[in-house]
Design a protein around this ligand. Structure first.
Ligand code: PLP
Length: 390
């Protein structure tokens, strides 16, 4: 007998990256060779000093529960790190440690957004935003990110769309999937819209804050009054190549931090103890490895952007941050889903259709350049040949 699911499950979305990965793995099982440009994780190993810290913690008996909001030493290290990088005064009580950055989206939306509230979010954008907005029965209000604006959001559009029902504005900079970055002027417009609204919060997803190629990362929390209204999401997955460790955090006002910790108690109890101690080492130890990774991503960005622009029917802007390109494929005459399937099944390259990131992603593909230059070149060659033989 088929299970009868709760109604709310009808509204929960997903991340297509995992579906494309499954299709690619099935092809590999049949002996086909696939270049993986679909997955959003660094291909580097976690730095040794971080792995050593986890091993030491395990061998020293750090294998039990911790407080739900995180171990005091990690909350302290994160507070220090965010205070320094965002020029803020953050105390450990404003930090909630979670298994990855993703739960911060879940918890802050569960804690703040009621059915019928409006939540603005970038589109194309990380698909989990829209999924969670729908899951809590709120109204999703997409903010289109357009190529002609270099994939930054249009502040005037945002101003027009903000209503009395707006409860949250989600921003993501550097952005997945476009690599767009919000500059100070854009952030100021958002801050100005929110500053005099008591009941509007900003969820600032800054998970790619360290993977930036020009200029420096700007955070909306720097504007007057915004620290109290912002949930700043960051973590270790991308910066320290720690996606599988599951370690992230949110910075938020103390009252909200207590609610998010309560949601942690109700769901995860706490984040893994030895992982948290590895996180202390990541933040306080040498930063040469993450810097090396960004330098390597920068080289790959040059190769992939130039290569895509050389393929007939494709044009590609240079992303300013993260490790994705979002090429325009309208010149191929194919829609993004068909082209994605064609490249996977006939050319052996796994990519994501732009619509995996929302309806404004039509006409684009997302390719991750978290892969070696050799594999990127191989993929570019296969894409060019795959487009010729249609
Ligand atoms: N936010 C964005 C924009 C992401 O792309 C991702 C991961 O792909 C996350 C958050 C989640 O990261 P984590 O692995 O820390 O949960």
């Amino acid at each position: 007998m088929d299970p009868i699911f709760a109604k709310r499950m009808e509204t929960l979305g997903t991340e297509t990256a995992f579906e494309v990965l499954a299709k690619a793995k099935a092809l590999e099982k049949q002996g086909k060779d696939v270049v993986h440009l679909e997955i959003g994780e660094p291909d580097f190993d976690t730095p040794k000093n971080i792995k050593d810290a986890a091993t030491k913690a395990l061998n020293s008996g750090f294998t039990h529960y911790t407080p739900s909001a995180g171990m005091p030493e990690l909350r302290q290290a994160i507070a220090g790190y965010i205070s320094k990088t965002r020029k803020l005064d953050v105390v450990p009580e404003e930090v909630v440690v979670t298994p990855g950055g993703k739960p911060i989206m879940f918890y802050s939306i569960l804690a703040l957004v009621n059915p019928g509230d409006e939540v603005m979010y970038p589109n194309p954008g990380f698909p989990i935003y829209e999924s969670l907005i729908n899951f809590v029965d709120a109204k999703p209000v997409p903010i289109p990110l357009k190529e002609e604006n270099d994939f930054s959001l249009d502040p005037e559009y945002l101003k027009q769309k903000i209503t009395k029902k707006t409860k949250m504005i989600i921003i993501n900079s550097p952005e997945n999937p476009t690599g767009g970055v919000l500059n100070r002027d854009d952030l100021k417009v958002i801050a100005d819209c929110v500053a005099d609204r008591k009941d509007v919060y900003v969820l600032a997803d800054e998970i790619y804050s360290r993977i930036i190629y020009e200029g420096k990362h700007e955070s909306i929390t720097q504007f007057p009054g915004m620290k109290e209204k912002t949930i700043l999401l960051d973590g270790f997955s991308k910066t320290y190549a720690m996606t599988g460790w599951r370690l992230g955090y949110g910075i938020m006002n103390k009252e909200l931090a207590l609610k998010c910790a309560q949601l942690m108690t109700n769901s995860n109890s706490c984040t893994s103890t030895f992982t948290q101690l590895a996180g202390v080492e990541a933040l306080n130890g040498p930063q040469t490895e993450p810097e090396r990774m960004v330098a390597e991503f920068k080289k790959r960005r040059e190769v992939i952007v130039a290569g895509l622009n050389n393929i007939k029917g494709i044009t590609c802007k240079k992303p300013h941050g993260a490790f994705y390109v979002f090429p325009n494929i309208t010149g191929t005459g194919m829609d993004c889903r068909k082209l994605g399937d064609h490249l996977l099944y006939n050319a052996g390259v796994a990519v994501l259709p732009g619509t995996s990131f929302g309806k404004y992603g039509e006409g684009y593909l997302r390719l991750s350049f978290a892969n070696s230059i050799e594999n990127i070149k191989k993929a570019l060659d296969r894409i060019a040949k795959g487009l010729e033989k249609r």
